[in-house]
Design a protein around this ligand. Structure first.
Ligand code: PEP
Ligand code: MG
Length: 353
C-alpha cells in the first residue's frame, strides 16, 4: 500500500509515540486508510460483514438453529465468505496491524422480522417457517445490550468463534507475507471467559497450521468494556496480550446509561452541570477514566509489555485523546473521518506534557 502522505503519528518530545489506527469493518474502507494516514486497523467489527444481503440468510439460519449441528451447517456457508473478507483486508494492509474483533452484537439485530425473511431462512435451512418463528420468539430479550452478546456468544456457541478464527488463519496462511492478526474477544468480564475463548482460537490455529504445513504469529487480546473487566485487569492480563478499551460500552455500563437512549435526558444533565459534556462523546474522565487508569496500572503490573489502546467513539474526541495520551495508551483507534483530528489532538497532548 502507499505510504501515508501525513508522515508518522504523533511523536512526543521524549520520543514516545501514540499510534493512530482506524476502525474499519470491510476491506472497502481501506481506501480511506491511505488518505487518513492511519497506521493500521484498531477495530475491525466483524458483525458488519454479516449484514450483507447475500449472507444474512445464512447468519439467520445459524442463529435460529436448534443445536450445534444446525449451526455448523450454516457456519460452513459463511466460512468461505469470511475468509475472503480477511484475505482482502490482510492483502491491503500489507503487514500493518489488524485487530479483528470476533462477533459481538446482540443476536436480535440479526433476527428476521418480515414473513418473507422467515420464508427465506426456512427454505435455506429446510425447516418449517412457523418453527423458526417460535425459535425467534424464544430468543427475544428484554435488554439485548446486556444479553446474549459479545463473548457470551462464543462461550455458549464456541463454533461461531471457531469459524471466525479458522477464516482468519486460513486467509493469513495463504498470503506470502503473513500478517500478525490480533484477535480480540468482546465483552469479557472474567479471566475464565477469555481463557475459554483463547483456547478456541489456539486450538483452531493449531488445526489450520497442521493442515497448511505453516505457522504464523498472532495475538489474542480483549476489549475492556465492562467495569468488572477493568477491576480484574490484572488477572485478565495473564491471558490477554492486549487490551482495547471499548469506551462506548464502558461508559454505558459504568454510568448505567443506555447508549441508545441517553440523548433524551443527557442534554439536561449537561445543562445542570452533572456531566461537563455528553459522556458518550467526551470521556467521563473522572469516572470511566479512573477505571481505565486502574486497568492500565493493573494490566501492566501483570504483563509489562501489554499493548493498550482505545477503540470506542471517544478515540476521535480531542479531550478524550489527551486523557489517553497522559494515561500512557499505546494507540487510539478512531472512525476513519476522525483520524486526522485524533492525530492532531495526540500531537498537541504530547507537546503539552
Ligand atoms: C465499544 O463498546 O466502545 C466498542 C468499540 O464496541 P461497540 O461500539 O461495537 O460496542
Ligand atoms: Mg462494545
Amino acid at each position: 500500500m502507499k505510504a501515508s502522505p501525513l508522515g508518522p503519528a504523533a511523536i512526543t518530545r521524549d520520543g514516545a509515540k501514540i499510534t493512530l489506527l482506524m476502525n474499519a469493518g470491510l476491506a472497502v474502507d481501506l481506501d480511506i486508510l491511505n488518505d487518513t494516514g492511519a497506521e493500521g486497523i484498531g477495530l475491525c467489527r466483524t458483525e458488519h460483514m454479516f449484514f450483507d444481503a447475500a449472507r444474512i440468510t445464512a447468519v439467520r439460519q445459524m442463529i435460529l438453529a436448534e443445536d450445534e449441528a444446525g449451526r455448523r451447517v450454516a457456519l460452513a456457508k459463511l466460512l468461505p465468505e469470511q475468509r475472503e473478507d480477511f484475505r482482502q483486508i490482510f492483502e491491503v494492509m500489507a503487514g500493518l496491524p489488524v485487530t479483528i474483533r470476533l462477533l459481538d452484537p446482540p443476536l436480535h439485530e440479526f433476527l428476521p422480522h418480515e414473513e418473507s425473511e422467515f420464508a427465506e431462512v426456512a427454505e435455506a435451512a429446510g425447516v418449517d417457517a412457523e418453527k423458526l418463528k417460535r425459535r425467534a420468539a424464544e430468543l427475544f430479550e428484554f435488554n439485548p445490550m446486556l444479553g446474549h452478546r459479545g463473548c457470551r456468544l462464543g462461550v455458549t456457541y464456541p463454533e461461531i468463534y471457531e469459524m471466525q478464527a479458522r477464516a482468519i488463519f486460513e486467509a493469513a496462511c495463504a498470503l506470502e507475507t503473513a500478517p500478525v492478526p490480533e484477535i480480540m474477544i468482546p465483552l469479557v468480564a472474567t479471566k475464565r471467559e477469555l481463557e475459554l475463548m483463547k483456547d478456541v482460537v489456539d486450538r483452531t490455529a493449531e488445526a489450520v497450521f497442521a493442515e497448511q504445513g505453516k505457522r504464523i504469529d498472532y495475538l489474542v487480546g480483549t476489549m475492556i468494556e465492562l467495569p468488572r473487566a477493568a477491576l480484574k485487569a490484572g488477572e485478565i492480563a495473564q491471558v490477554g496480550a492486549f487490551f482495547s478499551f471499548g469506551t462506548n460500552d464502558l461508559t454505558q455500563t459504568t454510568l448505567g446509561v443506555s447508549r441508545d437512549d441517553a440523548s433524551r435526558f443527557l442534554t439536561t444533565y449537561v445543562d445542570k452541570g452533572i456531566y461537563p459534556q455528553d459522556p458518550f462523546v467526551s470521556l467521563d474522565v473522572e469516572g470511566v477514566g479512573e477505571l481505565i487508569s486502574l486497568a492500565v496500572e493493573r494490566g501492566r503490573a501483570t504483563r509489562p509489555d501489554i499493548k493498550l489502546g482505545i477503540c470506542g467513539e471517544h478515540g476521535g474526541d480531542p479531550k478524550s485523546i489527551a486523557f489517553c495520551e497522559t494515561t500512557g495508551l499505546d494507540y487510539v483507534s478512531a472512525s476513519p473521518y476522525r483520524v486526522p483530528i485524533a492525530r492532531l489532538a495526540a500531537a498537541q497532548a504530547a507537546l503539552q506534557r
